[in-house]
Design a protein around this ligand. Structure first.
Ligand code: GLA
Length: 716
């Protein structure tokens, strides 16, 4: 619901340029408000418009009972839809009489009685995003109402602003005017109220002008409960550290931990990255049904301490090559929080040094792993073997090198494949490496290696070393051969292990790597890749797999068209009266434009020389989209998103061509019933004669490779 509205908003706001906004970063007189990033709860992503006094009070009580309050979560925030549809006769806001029968002041009193604080939602326009009364023209009155009710936090949105009232101003300038108006109105009440701006429109730069008026501002579009969306919002916030500090914070949006769309590993990553970015930690989930494992993420005191560090500095990226991120955040007292984040889908060693993350040289270093609790020491190398989508997070302090000898050395076992994407039946070399990052040597190192059933393995060197010196590594290579009879796409588990003697006790460690295996694509299929990055393709027994980066086949609002995808197709198979159908069995795309689906064009592999025709696909967030070329230019220039529909795989798509008209259908029940998406007319030049037809995939993010799978492609 929020996503849809946000899209509509983009359409009107992005149309105008935001010229003339001078960067003006001066910190707000925050009076100690939000001296560290706000922590709390917001109902939006668990209830959308279902919020009620009962839910808010039950959540607050649960936060006391389950330890979240003690862990630092303070704000209990009501999002959109809390209001009655109209103001009262005096123009005052009124709470929905059914869902808030005793009004907001009563809820505030309840929440305050538990030692927590209450937040509320409003909007700078005439109505909120969900079309309840907005504060436009009522700013002082509404601020006074909130203060009188005992509200401690206001999230202020930017839907439905009458931009016609701001001639000569860009939408962002009008927002600036209106946000300053509400900021002043809240201050004039004399009640300390955290002011949270919600204005995440692409192209806008609130971080350049909001610090004097707000305590936090959104940096990115509405988050979704999937890894690609989390990565998109992280990447949109990570380079904005200059704007953040006590009293004013970048907000990459609400935490999704507990909503079920991501793995625990991915939720741990979200929490770690938000803490490293000094982002608000606002849980937008049903707190009352969190599992112990989810709650343990929210209550990790060491990670929270990084977020809430009194220095108030946002972490910065030291390196990011190949999607392997090293982030460092200076902490009060001189420690550093270091996050090694593997944004890719394949486990990888990520390495940096104490000097590179800003620690003074010539010392020993104490590493506290903030997820396992383990304490190790290093002579200066900082590295870890990190699973795809995962993080290693350390608090690092300097320590006397001699004393460091008494702590276990930081050692890392890692695996790397010369060809992470392999054709079935082919071989590659996998290197297993044991590194001693500590200040003292380790002895009697023995490496082990195992492959999944059906694989062949040959060791190419010695697997034992009597001694690995401090700061040194020991490696052995293995030749591995994948099974010839693999499915279109399979993950082959390669597992390494090590045993060794540190000075005190014998230690072991293990590491696993998923080798990605694709069955070669047979005739009559061909493959095309227009992304500029490596892709991989598999086909076997009716199944198809495409691994690719790229933006997609898409017409982003107010941005140049994207024509960046990888495809498996049959050349010139679609005549002027042809129906093509496929079932998408996995579509892990992220970002606003990634997806998987059907595509037809005159010549699939030569986009520069053949105009794109039409694509029917499912986006990473489960929306059904048609993109097409209505004007005859090189790229798609039109798109249609089926409103109010979100699908989960498997979903079957059918594209029926009749000359230049293409009608898209989808089936949520594997082809039993088909529902229409849209019928579109493609320019004659882009739909001439027979066409190439097939399936395509794009991850949606240029930093990220994902694999989509399909079955049952048929052309008739
Ligand atoms: C917008 C905001 C969301 C949420 C909804 C409520 O989409 O970005 O965070 O507040 O509005 O309608």
């Amino acid at each position: 619901m929020g996503r849809r509205r946000a899209c509509l908003i983009f359409a009107c706001l992005c149309a105008a340029a935001m010229a003339g906004l001078a960067p003006n970063i001066a910190r707000a007189e925050s009076g100690g408000l939000a001296a560290t990033p706000p922590m709390g709860w917001n109902d939006w992503y668990s209830t959308y418009c279902g919020v009620s006094a009962g839910l808010v009070e039950q959540t607050a009580q649960t936060m006391v009972n389950d330890g979240m309050k003690a862990a630092g979560y303070q704000y209990v925030n009501i999002d959109d839809c809390w209001m009655a549809p109209t103001r009262d006769s005096a123009g005052n806001l009124v709470a929905d009489p059914v869902r808030f029968p005793a009004g907001i002041a009563a809820v505030a009193a309840y929440v305050h009685g538990l030692g927590l604080k209450l937040g509320i939602y409003e909007d700078a326009g005439t109505t909120t995003c969900a079309h309840y009364p907005g504060s436009y023209g009522h700013e002082a009155q509404d601020a006074a109402t909130f203060a009188a009710w005992g509200v401690d936090y206001v999230k202020y949105d930017r839907c439905n602003i009458p931009f016609g009232d701001f001639p000569g101003e860009s939408p962002e300038q009008a927002q600036q005017t209106l946000y300053a108006r509400m900021s002043n109105a809240l201050r004039a009440t004399g009640r300390p109220i955290v002011f949270s701006m919600c204005n995440p429109d692409p192209g806008d730069v609130p971080w350049e002008w909001s610090a004097p008026i707000a305590n936090l501002w959104r940096t990115t579009t509405d988050i979704e409960d999937n890894y690609g969306s989390m990565l998109f919002n992280f990447e949109g916030t990570v380079d904005l550290s200059a704007a953040a500090g006590p009293g004013s914070w970048n907000d990459p949006d609400l935490l999704q931990i507990g909503n079920g769309g991501s793995s625990l590993l991915e939720y741990r990553t979200e929490f770690s990255l938000w803490a490293e970015l000094a982002a608000p930690l606002i849980a937008s989930t049903n707190i009352t049904t969190l599992t112990p494992a989810e709650l343990a993420i929210y209550e990790n005191a060491d990670v929270i301490a990084v977020d809430q560090d009194p220095l108030g500095r946002q972490g910065v990226a030291v390196s990011r090559a190949g999607g392997l991120w090293v982030l460092t955040k200076p902490l009060a007292g001189g420690d550093r929080s270091v996050v090694l984040f593997n944004s890719t889908n394949t486990a990888a060693r990520i390495a940096t040094t104490a000097a590179a993350v800003g620690l003074p040289g010539g010392q020993g270093y104490r590493l506290q792993d903030l997820w396992s609790g383990e304490i190790t020491q290093s002579a200066g190398a900082i590295s870890a073997f990190v699973p795809g989508h995962g993080v290693a997070m350390y608090r690092i302090s300097t320590m006397n090198r001699e004393l460091a000898r008494w702590i276990a050395p930081h050692t890392v076992l890692s695996l790397s494949s010369a060809a992470p994407e392999l054709l079935a039946g082919r071989s590659t070399i996998v290197r297993e490496t044991f590194a001693d990052d500590g200040v003292n040597p380790v002895k009697h190192v023995k490496l082990y290696f195992r492959v999944a059933p059906g694989w062949h393995l040959k060791r190419l060197g010695k697997a034992r070393a009597k001694l690995v010196n401090a700061g040194h590594r020991f490696s052995v290579d293995f030749r591995v051969t994948s099974p010839a009879g693999s499915p279109p796409f399979a993950l082959g588990a390669l597992a390494g292990a090590v045993s060794y003697d540190p000075p005190d006790s014998r230690r072991t460690a293990s590491a696993t790597l998923d080798e990605r295996v694709f069955a070669a694509v047979p005739h009559p299929f061909e493959t095309a890749n227009t992304t500029g990055y490596d892709g991989a393709f598999g086909a076997k027994a009716g199944g198809l797999a495409i691994s690719a980066r790229g933006g997609g086949v898409f017409q982003p609002v107010n941005a140049p068209p994207i024509d960046s995808y990888a495809a498996i197709y049959e050349p010139q198979r679609a005549g002027t009266q042809t129906s093509v159908q496929v079932t998408i069995t996995s579509d892990p795309a992220g970002g606003p434009a990634g997806g998987a689906g059907l595509i037809e064009r005159n010549a699939m592999s030569a986009p520069a020389g053949s105009p794109a025709a039409v694509a029917l696909f499912v986006s990473g967030s489960g929306q059904l989209i048609m993109s097409w070329n209505a004007t005859g230019g090189q790229d798609v220039d039109s798109r249609f998103v089926l409103p109010s529909v979100y699908v989960h795989v498997p979903v079957t798509l059918r594209l029926v061509r009749s000359g230049s008209t293409y009608t898209g259908y989808y089936s949520p029940d594997r082809g039993v019933t088909f529902l229409p998406v849209d019928a579109v007319t493609v320019a004659a030049a882009a739909s001439a004669g027979d066409q190439d037809v097939g399936v395509f995939h794009a991850s949606g993010l240029p930093t990220w490779t994902t694999t989509a799978t399909f079955t049952g492609l048929s052309v008739s």
